[in-house]
Design a protein around this ligand. Structure first.
Ligand code: F6P
Length: 541
């Protein structure tokens, strides 16, 4: 953003600082004006510390950024990932379910269609215990998704969130980390001969995935008394590096492609979502794509004042750049959405955690806040104390589901009541006088001291997102909503949402440190603190 735009935001913020959310919420018609719907999703922004004039300022900044041209360029497949000279065509992955004309290049769309068909055939083969032309092992009861980052978080969230849509053919497990504890656990508890291992890695160079893949391949081999061919029939790869997967020993028939034009954290809609399709079946996976396509269509057509991803982006920019909080908390009121904060951490922080523009200059404003969170109501009994009374204000995104997928109405009403209560408490707070009126015991000084501690400042912003029900469609829409929010923020902040150079340095250092740790290389090239810790580890081995 430009200095002049930031100055306008600062002026609006100065006006808003003098207002309390109690007063803003009391304005006639505000709740209706600040609530919008797209398909199965409703968003209520009325508890953001923003007024119509500030929203107009943000809208004017968005319009000046030509966010809509940038959006169309992304859908068309222009090079929007400049540092890697690639398009970002995750929207093409679900374009088959869109009602609008497909903007993605024809060849890209055709390749995606073919891959979806192969995915469907593979799911069918596993579910019906047939070969399906994949030369697959039969009798699969368990699937292990070996992949990390985007090759784990989206698929894991979707499998967990859509447990009630699972066909029941297979149990799904996730193995992202290089930490051998989980790997060992899985090898101890699963029957190798009934397990399908999915090696999911866009690059097929990721240390964690390749190491776990090798360990599991040995485990499969042992189960077949060293018959490598039999063991390999339990392996399927998903990768943009088909050659790499082949070099690992997985024949082309069992490699499903993904592509350079899809970023890892945007890839759950591709064959990276194979574990999701194995869990819920291909028709439900298509419904998941349909939900995302519905949000794509909305994003492409709604004016900014009604455009959910744009409004979510703008209120995020408002909080970060006008009011200042450095973190944002996500609290899903649904146990099956427990992985949502982790998914959004990668989506938002890996996409927007940058300070340099594609032109190599420093951005003018702060970028992504720290994203964190946990499910409600658990979180209420852990960190909500700080959200209500801590010295820092943390904007909260509350996600609820109207219709549960169980018959325990009392539980669900209690859950939703808690969500609504927290949003209200954060916004309204409790004044000193209200707290004093409730404090009856003790001397006057004691009463006043206690009342001060029982005062809630309120004025703490939140956005509430309600899904009609947790279905493949609504989950697809929810994730696409956040993808597009991130895109709009990237346009406003002037950063590339589709690269992630910041993860490289640590990977390089780990490669240099490992041989020192194992005693195969000397430590002289490492810094003093690292050397000392390696010494401490080695002395206890
Ligand atoms: O290290 C970060 C990252 O590159 C993510 O962007 C990506 O989702 C993850 O690693 C896994 O990468 P891959 O799918 O290539 O194994």
């Amino acid at each position: 953003m430009l200095e002049a735009q930031l100055a306008r935001l600062a002026a609006d913020a100065a006006r808003l600082r003098a207002k309390h959310l109690r007063d803003l919420i009391a304005e006639p018609g505000r709740a209706a004006r600040y609530t919008h719907r797209a398909g199965p999703l409703l968003i209520d922004f009325s508890r953001q510390r923003i007024d119509d004039a500030a929203l107009e300022t943000l809208g004017a900044i968005a319009e000046a950024s030509r966010w809509d041209d940038a959006r169309d360029a992304m859908f068309r497949g222009d090079i929007v990932n400049a540092s890697e000279k690639r398009p970002a065509l995750h929207t093409a992955l679900r374009a088959s379910e869109s009602r609008l004309p497909i903007l993605a290049p024809r060849n890209v769309f055709a390749e995606i269609g073919t891959t979806l068909e192969r995915m469907g055939a593979l799911v069918e083969a596993v579910h019906t215990s047939t070969d399906g032309g994949f030369d697959l092992a039969r009798g699969i009861t368990d699937v292990v998704n070996v992949g990390i980052g985007g090759s784990d978080l989206g698929p894991r969230l979707a499998v967990e969130a859509l447990r009630h849509s699972a066909t029941g053919h297979v149990r799904c497990h996730f193995l992202p980390n290089v930490d051998g504890h989980r790997t060992a656990d899985l090898m101890r508890t699963l029957d190798a001969k009934k397990t399908l291992v999915l090696l999911v890695s866009k690059s097929f160079t990721t240390q964690e995935t390749l190491l776990n893949g090798s360990v599991l391949r040995k485990w499969l081999g042992n189960a077949y008394g060293g018959d490598r061919a039999a063991a390999d029939r339990h392996l399927v790869a998903v990768s943009a590096n088909v050659e790499g997967a082949r070099a690992f020993g997985i024949p082309a028939a069992r490699v499903l492609p993904m592509w350079d034009f899809v970023g890892g954290r945007y890839s759950v809609w591709s064959a990276v979502g194979l574990v999701v399709a194995l869990s819920i079946g291909m028709p439900a996976f298509r419904a998941f794509l349909r939900g995302a396509a519905l949000m794509d269509d909305h994003f492409r057509t709604a004016p900014w004042r009604e455009n959910l991803p744009v409004l979510l982006a703008l209120t995020g920019v408002w909080n970060r750049n006008a009011l200042g909080p450095a973190s944002e908390c996500v609290v899903p009121y649904h146990d099956y959405l427990a992985e949502l904060p982790s998914f959004l951490q990668q989506l938002e922080m890996e996409s927007l955690g940058k300070q340099i523009t594609p032109e190599g200059t420093r951005v003018a404003q702060r970028t992504v806040p720290v994203i964190w969170g946990n499910v409600g109501t658990n979180a209420q009994h852990a960190f909500f104390q700080a959200l209500h009374q801590g010295t820092d204000v943390v904007p909260v995104e509350l996600v609820g589901v109207v219709e549960p997928s169980h018959a325990l109405g009392e539980n669900h009403d209690a859950l939703l009541a808690n969500l609504l209560a927290q949003a209200a408490a954060l916004a309204l707070g409790k004044t000193f006088d209200e707290a004093l009126a409730e404090t009856t015991r003790g001397t006057d000084a004691e009463r006043r001291a206690l009342a001060a501690q029982r005062t809630f400042p309120g004025n703490r912003p939140s956005t509430t997102i309600l899904l009609d029900a947790l279905t493949p469609e609504s989950l697809g829409a929810l994730l696409a909503l956040h993808e597009h929010k991130v895109f709009v923020q990237a346009v406003l902040w002037g950063v590339n949402a589709f690269d992630q150079w910041g993860v490289e340095l640590g990977k390089t250092l780990a490669k240099a440190i490992e041989p020192v740790l194992t005693g195969e290389a000397d430590a002289t090239r490492l810094d003093a603190s690292t050397r000392a810790l390696i010494e401490a580890i080695r002395s206890r081995r």
